[in-house]
Ligand binder design. Structure first.
Ligand code: PXG
Length: 465
């Protein structure tokens, strides 16, 4: 048997990793000089590295391990399915039981009449599907000019050409010739960072109305869809003012623009309900899903569409699909994941008990001198580091300097927290206990103390002018 061993010395694993493995979103030379951290196993909310250090995983991997690590039922579901039917496709007029069962399960879980799913293996692929899907939909309805898609700056929708173009990450657009044509970006509803003296609710409406201005500028006859994450995740867990989504909804409805809710992070319990659209009261015609659908145990994603969109799409041949659309093993694992999330009341408990507790404890971090705001929605939480609380000032140092120091101090205190620029974010497994939340917040506080000391020592506690 070809055993993948964790029993090589860390330095040897790091040497081989540096020699042959290209990492996502990394400066290779810098990483290789340092050596990547090697994670060997995980259980519940705890990761163990190759030196035996344990970390509380405040990020559920990459916002995906909603069910927590180490659920043997999912491994068994995969093994069972691999023995029965390890692979077959869903092209050429064929189907199989796992994909049928999962599609039905998802249709039952989703709100409104979002009853149909086109499968992919990731959020990026699903959003690429969405680009082709909404254009094909309008072509089938005799409106081929409706091609443009409007998104937001600092949105994250994936890393492929199409999905990264939908995203609004400046650093990504700077590489490789993006965005592709007919994708437009309006400003994000980030009041803390961009709202100045405007009242937050007023700011939410102002930012939403940029959508209307953009539609009028392009002509509604040329606009296919608007896409947005209910809460921006990779952009820093930006929770929009309450006024924002109702206004976006009104504008999409009035101008006959499809609304795509990218639920890749918000879906499957993250916001305290099954979908972020329910928490934020959005009625999308299309939802993108991935991550929590299988809790990351298998790569799977998809585009969920409502009855009307499915009906129109089904009136033509949609020339689109992936080898692994509806992969039987991924479907079997996702089904088991959804069964457990549901039957063990994990989503319900996260919403009713754990999220309010996280909100209460996370709010105490706002008392730290380095913290400007600390906010949560369900099991998503973020805070802004600042050199000056009262003015919500940014640091004079390059954006992300303080955040990176803080992220490293979190690791040093056995806590995985992500930094997004100078915001710190968490998105823990939904099964995290109250005692583990206490530990998370205690470790964060210590890390912030150490970050502050380091920033002071290096003369970095200065506000931007
Ligand atoms: N949409 C959203 C809202 C996402 O957060 C994707 C689409 C793309 O999914 P895939 O499965 O193709 O990665 C995502 C992914 C980070 C980070 O550092 C965030 C994501 C992925 C990787 C890193 O915050 N989000």
């Amino acid at each position: 048997m070809n055993l993948i061993t964790n029993h090589m010395p860390t330095a040897e694993l790091q040497r081989l990793d540096a020699a042959h493995h290209l990492h996502p979103f990394s400066h290779g030379h810098a990483l290789n000089a340092k050596g990547a951290r090697v994670i060997t196993r995980a259980k519940g909310v705890t990761l163990t590295d190759s030196d035996g250090n344990e970390y509380l995983d405040g990020m559920a991997g990459l916002w995906c391990v909603n069910i927590g690590y180490g659920r043997e039922e999912l491994a068994e579901a995969a093994a069972r399915q691999m023995k029965e039917l390890p692979y077959y496709n869903t092209f050429f007029q064929t189907t199989h039981a796992p994909v049928i069962a999962l599609a039905e399960r998802i249709a039952n879980l989703t709100p409104y009449d979002l009853n149909h799913i086109f499968f992919a293996s990731s959020g990026s692929e699903a959003n690429d599907t969405n680009i082709r899907l909404v254009r094909t939909y309008w072509e089938a309805k005799g409106k081929p000019s409706k091609r443009a898609i409007i998104s937001r700056k600092n949105a994250y929708h994936g890393s492929s050409m199409g999905s990264a173009s939908l995203g609004g990450m400046a650093a990504m657009h700077a590489q490789g010739g993006m965005p592709i044509p007919d994708i437009h970006h309006i400003d994000q509803p980030y009041w803390y960072g961009e709202g100045g003296d405007t009242d937050p609710e007023e700011f939410g409406k102002v930012r939403a109305r940029q959508l209307e201005q953009k539609i009028l500028e392009l002509g509604a006859d040329n606009v296919a869809a608007f896409i947005g994450e209910p809460i921006q995740g990779a952009g820093g867990v930006i929770i929009p003012p309450a006024s924002y989504w109702p206004e976006i909804q009104r504008i999409c409805d009035e101008h006959d623009i499809l609304l795509i809710a990218d639920e890749v992070i918000c879906g499957f319990g993250r916001t305290g309900q099954w979908f972020g659209s329910q928490t934020l009261d959005i009625r999308p015609q299309i939802m993108t899903v991935a991550k929590g659908l299988s809790s990351g145990y298998q790569p799977i994603g998809g585009s969920i569409v409502n009855d009307e969109v499915a009906d129109v799409l089904n009136s033509v041949e949609f020339s689109h699909g992936y080898t692994y659309s509806g992969h039987p093993v991924a479907c079997a694992v996702a089904l088991e994941n959804l069964r457990i999330l549901d039957e063990e009341g994990i989503v319900t408990r996260a919403g009713a008990e754990t999220a309010p507790y996280l909100a209460e404890k996370w709010a105490t971090l706002a008392d730290h001198p380095l913290v400007g705001e600390a906010v949560t929605c369900g099991m998503l939480a973020s805070l802004a580091l600042t050199p000056h609380k009262a003015s919500r000032a940014k640091f004079a140092a390059e954006k992300g300097t303080a955040g990176l120091i803080c992220r490293d101090r979190c690791f040093a205190n056995n806590l995985v927290m992500r930094h997004v620029g100078d915001r710190m974010v968490v998105s823990p497994p939904l099964i995290i206990t109250k005692a583990e939340i206490d530990t998370l917040v205690e470790r964060a506080w210590t890390a912030f103390d150490e970050t502050q000391a380091r920033l002071e020592h290096e003369g970095l506690m200065k506000a931007a002018g």
